[in-house]
Structure formats: C-alpha cells, structure tokens
Design a protein around this ligand. Structure first.
Ligand code: SF4
Ligand SMILES: [Zn+2]
Length: 346
C-alpha cells in the first residue's frame, strides 16, 4: 500500500461536521517579532473548502483538513469571517495579521481570487495592520500572484510562509507525503523575495518512521539548507492529531512525539551557526501524551523556555531548566536507531 493510500483510508472514516461558513475555523491573538521588536499578532484560520492536497490524502500528521467547510463559503461569508476575527484585535493600536486556511491562501481552487483580494484590501486599508503573512504550498506561488498581493498591500510588509517540513526530499515523501520538493520551495522563496516579500519556513520535528536522533539531525540539516532562502524558520513539533496516520501509529505504540530536549538542542546548535536567522518554536500541546514532552516535572518549564527564546532569540533562555530525564533522553538518542524508530519509552 502506498503512503497516500494509507492516509486516505484513514481520512475516509472521518466525517466533516457541518458548521457555519461565516465563522473562521479559529482566530487568536499573540506576540511575534518584527525587525527585532515584539509586536502583537492576530492569527486567523479561514474556513475554506479545505486543502486540495489533504482532501486527496495528504500529509501523514495533518488533522487540519477536518476544519474545512462542508459547503463553499460565499464572498460575504469570507468578509464576515474576517470581521469576526478582527474584533479580537479591536483594542490593538498596531498588529501583524497571520492568515492560514488549513490549506493554501494562494490556491484559487480553494479560496476564490475575489475573496483573497477583499481580505487583503481590507487589511491594507486598516492603518493598524503593519504586516501580513499568508501561508501557501509553494506550487501556488507565481510572479503574478505575489506581485498582485504586494500591489494590493501597497508594498507594506508581506510574508509568505511555507510548510517545508524538511529539506530532505526523501523524508518529505516517505514520512510526510507532502507532495512537493525542496526545489519547489526554493523557486517559490526566490519569487517571493524578488517581489520584496519575506519568507518563513515551517519545519516539522519528528514525522513518523524516524528515530529521535534521525529527527533531530534532520532539522539541524534542514535549517542549514533552508537558511539562505528564509528570513524566519519556525519548527513545529509533531503532535498526534485526530484522524491521521500519525495517530494510527501512536495508538499501536509505533510513534512517540518528540522530546522537548531535542528541540532545545536543535535551537542551541542552529542559533550558534545562524545568529541572524530568526528561529522559533511554539510547542503546541507540550507536556501531553499527544504532544511533544519530556517528563511531567520539567515539560512545562522547558516549553516556556522555548517560547521565551522564540521572542528574545537569546540561547541563554534555553539553558535555564535541567532535569534528571535529560539522561533518559540521551539514552533514547543512542538506542532508538536500533528499533527502527519504534519508541522505547512513552
Ligand atoms: S499539512 Fe498543509 S498541505 Fe499537508 S494536508 Fe495539511 S493543510 Fe494540506
Ligand atoms: Zn524532566
């Protein structure tokens, strides 16, 4: 069975529950850095008809495909989704808007051009919005649509974000089933930069079928490979989402989310080499069985240190916590290669 067939078999068992098409899938406020200064952010996950790649199978760890609308949202729906989300930033005097769709903002099959343009125009007309980020698969990036977006935004700061996951084509294909190559990413990044947009790459620590050490080394190498094409690299820590191949493996004891010590090690190593590159990691679900975790005693402190590092970019923030389980993690790095990636500890 191919990896895509295995993923699609799992997807077919999950029903998309009908939900209002004029409400975003999610929205929240937070903090990010822009030109070295902390700024407020509004993240909006628009509800669209969903990721076309994900609907045809898609990525082994992705449960976001189930956040999609059961029927296509209208232009009015998109306007209402935006205004509902923007209410959360009512009191902000300036902020950055991060747009995700659980798919690709630049895929015209997923989100119609009219809706895309209205969203960007609304943001361009709000003087409080100081930067806009949109996420897309690289294959939807063209000279024309990047230029079109930057024109609408009147050359205000614009960032394109890509779920690159790894610089290894083999891991992206055999562990993630991502459906594009490193070269595709490089092309899209170059187009983005040639039109003045900045580039953010998301990497994925520990997709399935890798030992803890292989996963750690993969991200260190990926940062080296992607650094010259990006302004920011954000490392997502694989968590066990519902209705995914990762969940099916986890239920059988064949997958464990990454240790938080691994990401600490990665960030320390990478920052020492790429001091100007912004490196971030938001440890979603840290400390839970489905999320990245160390032991119960230290997970939340280590997760906090990752958040602090992401905002300050100071490696000293990563060294403040210590715990006995670090020795256990070192043993896991040594031994998991002999079990072909099957976890030796919960
Ligand atoms: S990770 Fe992104 S590209 Fe992959 S299935 Fe999910 S939404 Fe689609
Ligand atoms: Zn611990």
């Amino acid at each position: 069975m191919t990896l895509n067939k295995a993923v699609i078999k799992i997807r077919q068992r999950i029903k998309i529950r009908p939900s209002p098409t004029n409400e975003p899938a999610a929205s929240w406020t937070g903090i990010d850095i822009l030109n070295g200064i902390q700024i407020k952010t509004l993240t909006i996950i628009f509800k669209t008809i969903g990721c076309n790649w994900g609907k045809a199978g898609g990525c082994t760890m992705c449960g976001y495909v189930y956040d999609c609308a059961s029927e296509p949202p209208t232009l009015e729906d998109y306007k209402t989704q935006l205004s509902r989300a923007m209410k959360k930033a009512d009191k902000f005097s300036e902020f950055m808007v991060k747009i995700f769709t659980s798919g690709s903002f630049l895929d015209e099959q997923e989100i119609p051009c009219e809706a895309r343009d209205v969203i960007l125009k609304t943001l361009a007309n709000d003087p409080r919005v100081i930067k806009v980020l949109v996420e897309t698969r690289p294959n939807f990036v063209t000279e024309e649509n990047v230029l079109h977006c930057t024109n609408i935004l009147r050359n205000n700061p614009f960032e394109l974000a890509f779920g690159l996951e790894t610089s290894s084509d083999r891991i992206r294909r055999d562990s993630i089933n991502k459906g594009f190559t490193f070269r595709d990413f490089v092309c899209a990044a170059k187009i983005s930069k040639s039109h003045g947009a900045t580039v953010k790459a998301y990497l994925m620590l520990k997709p399935p079928f890798l030992s803890e050490l292989q996963a750690l080394e993969d991200i260190v190498r990926s940062i080296d490979d992607a650094a010259s094409y990006t302004d920011t690299i954000s490392i997502n820590l694989c968590n066990v989402q519902k209705g995914t191949l990762v969940e099916a493996l986890w239920e059988k004891g064949q997958y464990r989310p990454p240790w938080l010590w691994s990401i600490v090690e990665i960030l320390k190593k990478a920052k020492a080499v790429h001091s100007d590159l912004i490196l971030m990691s938001d440890p979603v679900g840290a400390g839970s069985k489905r999320g990245p975790h160390n032991c119960k005693l230290c997970s939340s402190d280590v997760a906090d240190s990752l958040r602090t590092f992401s905002l300050n970019q100071n490696p000293a923030d990563l060294s403040k916590t210590n715990c006995e389980c670090k020795e256990l993690w070192k043993k896991v790095l040594e031994l998991e290669d002999y079990t072909y990636g099957t976890p030796i500890l919960e």
